[in-house]
Design a protein around this ligand. Structure first.
Ligand code: AMP
Length: 482
């Protein structure tokens, strides 16, 4: 049942006062968001209402080159997307942005997050005759908006109406022939912000690091439940869905977002440093060096070192030319890729009692391999610290967290986990402490993967292949005919 659909994505939008090479701006923005998804990417350029687009599987740099970008042509708006999804993964049909032609015009849509009611919505739409081409719930969002558009006076009103129907996590960028719209679900699970370049071009992006990449000055975050519409006449905002229980994903700080981004007013780097400091306060360990698992464990390792006084050193080197291990969704391949990706710096490790800091321990397979490598490299002791609390529950809001059966902390007590991964000791940041990492009182965040307190209803059907089952001719899904 808890085989969840996964979408860790990045979205990017451009609105320029004049016609220019918006495709390249979008390309640079997506490049800066590549860490949010490496499976597919796409750019849609709007040239006076004509949408030109290219989307494919692969990294941004593999899909786009100068020639392909120039073929997208000049325009005054663009929407881009990077995707990591395991539903129909590797499949071009799920690449975004989605482009649709509806009764009132064109629309391009880029989405980050996961709905919790997409199964019900899709079933309802199918019963009314809708035909779906993909297996991602983004197409469901596109249908809901275009249906609302039939009886609203403009696209932004249709988006506002849709917000009342969509439940779960969604940070959206929507492009119509004349408007660029940013919308965030009322809980604000995923980040979304906007800024402006000196030439007047507005930029909407998942993270501030993408604004920096295109020299845009950060203006503000889109508020949870807000719909922001950019037109030639300026910006307007609709807040009729604001005021819900804010639940920003705390895992954005620990793992997903880039350390140079600011989310909800808090630096991701600073939050990770604090997580490391809190680990040092909670678990003082007699050791010689602190080593972070690159890249997402590095900041917390520095924090541990600062607070404990134990020197930080670079004991692991990451091959920069390989994507995140999770580029390969199949577990077998993923395990092999760990050794290609990380290597030990022997002189740093040899004979040392090592404190190894990782951002999170999910299945325990990656860290087991890293601990083994450190031991092979001559480490005298390895104490493993996780800057995330114990992963006990699946995420329904867009983070690829596996079934509960494979979550190591959900199935083994702490001492047993240490034995399984081969560490001398293992410690996790406590839930009380993770609430302190952003420097506030800890309210306004979602901790469901750690504490099981979901801010919304949970999906009735969270099966990974729930939509594949609907469209597949594969005999394993034959029960759909019953
Ligand atoms: P494992 O314990 O083998 O599942 O691997 C955990 C490591 O994978 C962490 O140290 C993270 O760097 C990384 N990770 C954490 N969350 C995710 C995720 N949602 N998808 C892919 N990798 C992740």
């Amino acid at each position: 049942m808890e085989n969840v659909i996964h979408e860790e994505c990045g979205v990017f939008g451009v609105f320029s006062p004049d016609t220019k090479d918006v495709a390249s701006l979008c390309y640079y923005g997506l490049f800066a968001l590549q860490h949010r998804g490496q499976e597919s990417a796409g750019i849609v350029v709007n040239d006076d209402g004509v949408f030109n687009y290219l989307k494919d599987t692969g990294l941004v740099s593999q899909i786009f080159d100068a020639e392909r970008l120039s073929k997208l042509g000049p325009g005054n708006m663009a929407v881009g997307h990077v995707r990591y999804g395991t539903t129909g993964s590797g499949d071009r049909k799920n690449a975004q942005p989605i482009v649709v032609n509806h009764l009132k015009g064109n629309m391009a849509l880029a989405h980050n997050g996961n709905l919790v009611n997409s199964y019900e919505l899709r079933t309802e739409l199918e019963e009314q005759g809708s035909i779906f081409h993909s297996t991602s719930d983004t197409e469901v969002i596109a249908y809901v908006i275009t249906k609302e558009r039939l009886h609203t006076k403009n696209i932004e009103d249709a988006v506002c109406e849709a917000l009342g129907r969509l439940e779960g996590a969604y940070s959206l960028i929507i492009m119509s022939p004349s408007k660029l719209i940013a919308a965030r679900d009322p809980h604000g699970f995923r980040p979304l912000c906007y800024g402006q370049r000196d030439d007047g071009t507005y930029i909407i992006a998942s993270e501030t690091c993408a604004l920096d990449a295109v020299n845009a000055r950060f203006i503000r975050e889109i508020e949870p439940g807000e719909v922001v519409t950019i037109t030639k006449d300026g910006i307007k905002s609709n807040r009729e869905h604001c005021g819900g229980k804010k639940s920003f994903c705390v895992f954005e700080y620990l793992y997903i977002a880039r350390p140079d981004s600011i989310c909800e007013g808090c630096s991701v780097h600073a939050a990770r440093i604090r997580a490391g400091e809190l680990l040092a306060e909670a678990y003082p360990i007699d050791a010689d060096i602190v080593v972070g698992v690159p890249d997402s464990g590095t900041d917390a390792a520095i924090g541990y070192s600062h607070r404990s006084g134990i020197p930080y050193d670079i004991g692991l080197i990451k091959n920069k030319y390989i994507g995140r291990t999770f580029i390969a969704p199949a577990q077998g391949l993923r395990e092999e890729m760990v050794s290609i990706k990380l290597n030990v710096v022997r002189p740093v490790i040899e004979g040392k009692r090592v404190i190894l800091v990782d951002d999170s321990i999910v299945r325990g397979t990656t860290c087991a391999k890293i601990v083994k490598r450190l031991r092979e490299g001559g480490a005298a002791e390895v104490h493993l610290l996780s800057s995330a609390p114990k992963y006990l529950n699946p995420c329904y809001y867009g983070v690829d967290i596996d079934t509960r059966e494979t979550l190591i902390a959900a199935n083994h007590p702490t001492e047993e986990i240490a034995k399984i991964v081969g560490a001398d000791s293992i410690h996790f940041l406590s839930i009380e402490d993770v609430k302190k990492i952003t420097g506030g009182d800890g309210t306004g965040f979602c901790y469901a993967c750690f504490d099981g307190l979901y801010p919304t209803k949970t999906p009735t059907n969270a099966e990974k292949s729930r939509f594949e089952r609907k469209i597949s001719t594969n005999p394993k899904f034959a029960d759909r005919y019953k």
